[in-house]
Design a protein around this ligand. Structure first.
Ligand code: 1GP
Length: 255
């Protein structure tokens, strides 16, 4: 089964998807820690592993390989540019940073990436990537005109345009390590306006924050910093499980 279909099926079956993001930055997450995080994710019931980051991506393939040696979850690339692609992954989010000022991130990296993706035989999953305040490293590196957190109508405009153009997913990004998750009003406004899956990430560190994103209408929640923090805790699996349990409860209430 293709990874996109797998994600849709998981959303259909249980109402949500949890994505564990690993930053392939050897200074932040060495290979051994990446393998550890992947195992925690699988044991806690996360649905897939994403691999990508905004800074030091030197050998993404090594990360994908060690993750695949340790877990059987699908591995989806989350590339910052063409250097974020790796042949052993199962799929790649084919991203357009729709609110970037820099044409490289709008239709430059994609032109180069498309050729690489075809040659590598990776499944592309198109994604309209929207970066909100505070934006963090990705906002800076991607030269994003940050979408204000208190302007749902702007977010809805971007999301509708993305759906009309034919993107398969929308990602509402607050930036890794953001001071707080995106407000539920933004998530709700976007989720009500489009039928394609809405992914939310950035600053989600507590069970109630992940649950709130699902309650507001998100289909998928991404966590990275949280996993890096708990990786060496003896109760790491339980800590992540409690986040996923809270998402499940929130999705049950919605149905
Ligand atoms: C970054 O949204 C993701 O692209 C994850 O953010 O590191 O804050 O979980 P955190």
């Amino acid at each position: 089964m293709k990874v996109y279909e797998y994600l849709l099926e998981r959303i259909d079956e249980k109402g949500f998807v949890h994505l564990s993001l690993i930053d392939p930055d050897p200074f932040k997450v060495p290979l051994e820690k990446a393998a550890r995080i992947a195992k925690i994710a699988e044991n806690a019931g996360s649905d897939a592993i994403m691999v990508g980051g905004s800074t030091a991506t030197v050998d993404v393939e090594a990360y994908v390989r060690i993750i695949k040696e340790n877990v059987s979850l699908p591995v989806i690339l989350f590339p910052n540019d063409v250097s974020g692609l790796a042949p052993s992954a199962d799929a790649a989010f084919f991203m357009v940073l729709v609110n970037s000022r820099n044409r490289y991130y709008l239709f430059g990296a994609q032109v180069l990436g498309a050729i690489a993706i075809r040659r590598l035989g990776l499944e592309p999953i198109s994604m309209a990537y929207m970066v909100f305040e505070p934006g963090g490293t990705v906002g800076f590196m991607g030269d994003a005109r940050l979408i204000p957190r208190n302007k749902p109508e702007i977010a809805v405009g971007y999301a509708l345009a993305a759906e009309i153009i034919g993107f398969k997913t929308i990602y509402l990004e607050a930036g890794s390590g953001a001071y707080g998750p995106l407000p539920p009003e933004i998530i709700a406004a976007v989720s009500k306006s489009v039928k394609i899956p809405v992914i939310v990430g950035g600053g989600i560190n507590k069970p109630e924050e992940a649950a709130q994103a699902i309650a507001a209408g998100a289909s998928m929640v991404v966590q990275s910093t949280f996993l890096e923090r708990i990786a060496y805790d003896t109760d790491a699996v339980e800590k992540l499980s409690s986040v996923i349990r809270a998402m499940k409860e929130a999705s049950k209430k919605k149905r």
